[in-house]
Design a protein around this ligand. Structure first.
Ligand code: ATP
Length: 317
């Protein structure tokens, strides 16, 4: 049994963690990326592929695949959902994450505070962020102070969602739901730094939300306790809606406003790049394990624990 992933996003995190737990690893790497991953001493893991979606044609029956943000971007959720890949985590959650309506439904079911969404342009009565359907990474989003500004900027409102714009600090909190240990672990938090939305000085009216990187964030402990409750609400809601257990890493993406209200605008049902800031350990994972524990290693540990108790199939869906 091996652990494998695509050479992108959080591959260093995943592969180093799997190695630390004693697994053989496979890193599916396109030719131009090989020197980069070799420079970390990962040559024994590298499996050269002409393109990332080539893994769909390979026999990977002895490999547990750890999905990350580049899977959907490079392969597409549909092809992943229909594949025979043995994926760690919940494919069902991927489906909910993809669909804006289902996504919103799950966040509400979890009892999370979500920004108001306006069905019709006429209903808009607050500054909004205008989101185009199917956009990735906030591309093409823009902010409008009111209805008139939206009308001036859009020829047609078809394919757009208007969401209350929340002013505050973007906080991405990552969790690990362990079926082996039957507990939810709050893993760490980070701030996603986006250009040019986070730049102090700007002269354009259409800021870009392209992610530059992530900054570590240690929350007030009382706030962290709130996030713990939010995480519990989330896994419970997922169970109620799908009958499945949410397994492994997920992230709740929020904005905390000046009243300390936490608004959730998004979630991810897999490892997020923000966990890369917590290698070799986050303060919380260190407290939980008394040893270095980063997300890639945490995933591998869970796979081993479940394998040893014959429950691995529970998380390969
Ligand atoms: P990704 O899938 O990469 O997370 P996406 O296309 O789903 O991106 P969102 O995560 O929904 O886009 O939003 C991108 C960025 O837009 C956020 O990181 C945040 O900066 C901003 N944003 C989204 N919703 C709101 C909101 N309601 N109020 C204020 N800012 C927001």
């Amino acid at each position: 049994m091996k652990i494998g992933t695509l050479a992108s996003h959080s591959a260093l995190n995943i592969i180093s963690g799997a190695k630390a737990e004693g697994f053989e690893t496979e890193l599916y790497c396109t030719p131009e990326r090989i020197p980069f991953y070799k420079s970390f001493g990962m040559e024994d893991s590298i499996v050269e592929v002409p393109s990332f979606d080539a893994i769909l044609e390979m026999d990977l029956s002895d490999v547990i695949i750890i999905p990350h943000g580049s899977f959907v971007a490079y392969i597409g959720s549909e092809r992943i959902l229909n594949s025979n890949l043995r994926i760690f985590g919940s494919k069902e959650l991927l489906r909910w994450e993809e669909d804006r309506k289902l996504k919103s439904l799950l966040m509400k079911e979890a009892g999370l505070r979500v920004p108001k969404e306006f069905e019709k342009l006429d209903d808009v009565n607050t500054p909004v962020i205008v989101k185009s359907d199917g956009a990735a990474g906030g591309e093409g989003y823009f902010i409008a102070a009111d209805k008139e500004e939206i009308e001036a900027k859009l020829d047609s409102v078809k394919g757009y969602t208007f969401q209350e714009y929340i002013v505050g600090t973007k906080v991405f909190t990552t969790y690990f739901n362990s079926l082996a240990k039957d507990r939810l672990e709050v893993f760490g938090a980070d701030i996603r730094y986006e250009t040019d939305a986070d730049a102090n000085l700007r002269f354009d009216d259409k800021p870009s939300f392209v992610v530059v990187g992530n900054l570590p964030l240690v929350l007030r402990e009382s706030t962290l306790a709130q996030y713990y409750d939010m995480g519990v609400g989330f896994i419970d809601a997922f169970k109620r809606k799908t009958g499945q257990n949410l397994a492994g890493p997920f992230c709740i993406e929020t904005i905390i406003d000046k009243n300390q209200d936490i608004y959730t605008f998004e979630f991810s049902g897999r490892i997020v790049a923000g966990t890369n800031v917590w290698m070799p350990s986050s303060p919380y994972s260190f407290v939980t394990f008394g040893e270095d524990m980063w997300m890639g290693k945490r995933i591998a540990r869970e796979i081993r624990d479940l394998h040893e108790t014959g429950r691995l199939d529970d998380v390969l869906r």
